[in-house]
Design a protein around this ligand. Structure first.
Ligand code: S3P
Length: 191
């Protein structure tokens, strides 16, 4: 956008923005800054799943298994697509589920926060709330998930590189620019 046309107010969301990407790519932390910058609300799908089940994510995996977790995730994300458009951090596996992906693609603008292995390893180390990383060597697990998931995450509407050492605010600003270029997330400005 040329300097003379810079917006004075944040652009208004006309569709939800769904952040996708691997564990540790910054969906929740950057998503909160993004929502703030857009004066929109933010929701973390994993928090909604925990509230719906009244259990932690590891407890859901342990008591009911991953398939049940994915079914709950599917229902929760479908609900988050309705109502006032907001910024949604989806869990790393959500966009891999064909039905969740279809719902997100239909209703929202999906943004993949693409991070490399070192960034993901650094950002997830020492945390125990992610069942997939609690078994085995996290670096190996994440490397396997990169191979498996990056081709699918690549189907997202917009891709923004999530680089180490960049502030959440700077990352949120880059996402806004990418969304403006894409054009689908924001209502047209009225003169
Ligand atoms: C998962 C990612 C987690 C959470 C669950 C499964 C995944 O969310 O949904 O542990 O399959 O990648 P975050 O990506 O927010 O950590």
């Amino acid at each position: 956008m040329p300097e003379t046309m810079q917006r004075t107010a944040p652009p208004t969301l006309q569709r939800p923005v769904a952040l996708v990407g691997l564990m540790g790519c910054g969906k929740s932390s950057v998503g909160q800054r993004l929502a703030k910058a857009l004066s929109a609300s933010f929701v973390d799908a994993d928090d909604e799943i925990k509230a719906a089940a009244d259990l932690t994510i590891p407890e859901i995996f342990e008591s009911y298994g991953e398939a049940e977790f994915r079914a709950l995730e599917r229902r929760v994300i479908a609900r988050l697509m309705t109502g006032n458009p907001q910024v949604i951090a989806t869990g790393g596996g959500a966009f891999m589920d064909p039905s969740t992906r279809a719902v997100v693609s239909e209703a929202a603008v999906s943004v993949w926060l693409k991070a490399d292995l070192d960034v993901l390893v650094a950002r997830t180390s020492g945390r125990t709330h992610r069942p997939l990383l609690n078994k085995g060597n996290p670096r190996k697990v994440l490397a396997g998930l990169i191979d498996q998931r990056y081709p699918i995450y690549g189907l997202a509407d917009v891709t923004v590189e999530s680089v180490g050492g960049q502030s959440h605010e700077a990352m949120a600003a880059r996402i806004i620019r990418a969304l403006e270029e894409d054009g689908r997330a924001f209502a047209p400005e009225v003169a």
